[in-house]
Design a protein around this ligand. Structure first.
Ligand SMILES: CSC[C@H]1O[C@H](OP(=O)(O)O)[C@H](O)[C@@H]1O
Length: 369
């Protein structure tokens, strides 16, 4: 998407054709900075420390991390070592493991001399495909927004609540949950977005607000606990979020706090949509609550906030009582029964094994319903 009028993806090759450039999302929204990744270890660090984050972008970065590793050593041992290093970075986003499995399948049977070129080509294909998948999600989600807009008084905006950042910064481009919003805005449909700040890392306040503001989409940042109140007072027409891993039966793992939004939406009759490209579906799983690994991150992410002071300096500020321990589960699981629909690149599916099987018949033979 565009930043100050210039188009960016979130990840691209350096001019030398082998270094990998990413936007440093830990510095946004106050500083737009890029980082050049030159090794698999640097790619792993970028994922672990959330320089890059968001399920599709994590997968794309890991794919290039494999290519960077093979530049140094294209042996089977080096390939397996890189896959293990990158696969251990973050447990919840299935796109990471999907991308690494795809890279292994593409490379393991090749002669070593062909592996580096093939690895860069496959990582590039993963990126290009993600752009197309997210654009298609945008088109299908646009239909949902348009349908709601047609039932509202002319000129009144569709009020959409979103949690965390599932915009173009979480993918290679376009985003998942925000893609329909961008297309609706560009189509002249009035929208207004309630942006959950999304503690503790504030991906909403720092990243979604930054994206939406850059694109001129009306929005307001709200505290995570305000969403239910807004829904009770008829100020939310729909909720749309992303996901890091969705089971074959429609259970949705997403940023911590998503489950509570889904409960409030159910209680207030507000449609709750999840936008996802199919690499985010884990076809092996049937029970998200029992089977999806939930990342536990450092307590310091809860006790300290990154921000900008009145003097314009940026840094970390302690917000919790010194010495108090903190617990920091990074995701939760929303059961399929709370999900109105899954907006995929192939269309909108009910959150169920049957719904997904109809859209992806080639993926669901033999999955537990
Ligand atoms: C399109 S995936 C976006 C998804 O990823 C975020 O998690 P994190 O920022 O920790 O990588 C969050 O769950 C978003 O919904």
């Amino acid at each position: 998407m565009k930043i100050h009028g210039r188009h960016y993806r979130t990840i691209w090759l350096d001019d030398d054709g082998w270094g990998v450039i990413v936007i440093d999302q830990t510095r946004l929204p106050f500083h737009f900075e890029t980082v050049r990744l030159a090794t698999a270890e640097a790619a792993a660090h970028a994922i672990r420390h959330m320089t890059v984050r968001g399920a599709p972008l994590i997968g794309a970065t890991a794919a290039y991390g494999v290519a960077l590793a093979l530049r140094v050593d294209a042996s089977d041992a080096a390939l397996e070592q890189a896959l293990a290093l990158l696969g251990a970075t973050r447990p919840t986003a299935v796109n990471l493991h999907w991308a690494l499995a795809r890279m292994r399948e593409r490379l393991i049977g090749l002669p070593e001399a062909e592996r580096v070129g093939a690895a860069y080509a496959e990582a590039g294909a993963i990126c290009d495909e993600d752009v197309a998948l997210c654009r298609a999600i945008g088109e299908h989600g646009l239909g949902v927004i348009r349908e709601i807009a047609e039932k509202k008084p002319a000129g009144e905006p569709v009020n959409i609540l979103t949690h965390c950042n599932a915009g173009w910064l979480a993918t290679v481009d376009w985003g998942t949950a925000l893609a329909p919003i961008y297309l609706a805005h560009d189509a002249g449909i009035p929208v207004h977005v309630w942006v959950d700040e999304t503690r503790p890392r504030n991906q909403g306040a720092a990243l979604s607000a930054y994206e939406l503001g850059s694109h001129g989409v009306p929005h307001a940042v709200i505290v995570d606990n305000a969403g239910g109140h807004l829904m009770q007072h008829g100020q939310v027409d729909m909720v749309i979020v992303g996901t890091d891993r969705t089971t074959a039966t429609g259970d949705v793992a997403n940023k911590i706090g998503t489950y509570l939004k889904a409960l409030a939406a159910k209680d207030n009759g507000v449609p709750f949509y999840v936008a996802l490209p199919s690499p985010t579906i884990d076809w092996r799983l049937a029970d998200g609550l029992k089977e999806i690994p939930i990342e536990e991150r450092a307590g310091r992410e809860v006790t300290h906030l990154f921000g900008q002071g009145e003097d314009g300096s940026t840094g970390f500020f302690q917000v919790a009582a010194p010495g108090s321990p903190a617990c920091n589960p990074a995701f939760d699981v929303t059961p399929a029964r709370l999900v109105t629909g899954l907006i995929t690149e192939r269309g909108i599916a009910p959150a169920s094994a049957e719904g997904l099987a109809r859209l992806f018949p080639e993926m669901t033979s033999g999955v537990a319903a």
